[in-house]
Design a binder for this molecule. Structure first.
Ligand code: IMP
Ligand code: MG
Length: 196
């Protein structure tokens, strides 16, 4: 049975999967506080409308929203771009649209990770057509080595190497989202049968 230990020390899920801590819970929280201040400094008087991408962006959105002073509202959109694996299909499909119009609003797209950029490129085109007053992007993690589409985020939590990240919303086949830190998924090499 999988044994998940969402402590600061990493987790072991069965024999072949391990999660190595990359960014601790404390660092994530401190960075989000700073990002919230930065966003509020850029838009001191505007009501901010946070639009998060389900499901990975939800943890980031809730912590960001709690650290933002002033008027804040939020909404959710869902797209599918990844299958069951750690590689992108490159295809982005809208699976759930926003509840309310973004016309004339100051919109911050809140994403868990920017990798190839295909998801964000798709979303930014979609949202731009709806005529927001401002459209900005906040991502918790940026993986520049994976980039295919020419998009960039306005607010970046952490730039990370080209490894598969899990935790704090990020999943591998819907697992690991609940970890309070960001880790890297590694598969332990199978132990050789040693003769004694
Ligand atoms: P992009 O379209 O390749 O930029 O990827 C965006 C989406 O792919 C993210 O919202 C994640 O759902 C997923 N993704 C990309 N890299 C990772 C990763 O390292 N771990 C988990 N999910 C990832
Ligand atoms: Mg996602």
């Amino acid at each position: 049975m999988a044994r998940a230990t969402p402590s600061g020390r990493g987790a072991s899920y069965g024999q072949n999967e391990r999660v190595r801590v990359l960014i601790t819970r404390g660092r994530i929280q401190r960075r989000i506080q700073a990002l919230a201040k930065e966003i509020r400094r850029d838009f001191p008087h505007e009501p901010l409308h946070l639009v998060s991408v389900l499901k990975g962006g939800v943890f980031f959105l809730t912590d960001l929203a709690r650290n933002l002073a002033g008027k804040v509202s939020f909404d959710f959109i869902a797209v599918s771009s990844y299958g069951q694996d750690t590689h992108s299909s490159g295809q982005v499909r809208l699976t759930r649209d926003l509840d309310s119009s973004i016309e004339g609003r100051t919109v911050i797209v809140v994403e868990d990770i920017l990798d190839t950029g295909m998801t964000l490129q798709y979303l930014l085109r979609l949202f731009q057509h709806r005529k927001p007053k401002h459209l900005r992007v906040a991502v918790l993690l940026d993986k520049p080595a994976g980039r295919i589409a020419a998009v960039r985020a306005d607010y970046v939590g952490f730039t990370i190497p080209n490894e598969f990240a899990v935790g704090y919303g990020l999943d591998y086949s819907e697992r690991y989202r609940n970890l309070p830190y960001v880790g890297v998924l590694t598969r332990a090499a199978k132990k050789k049968n040693r003769e004694k």
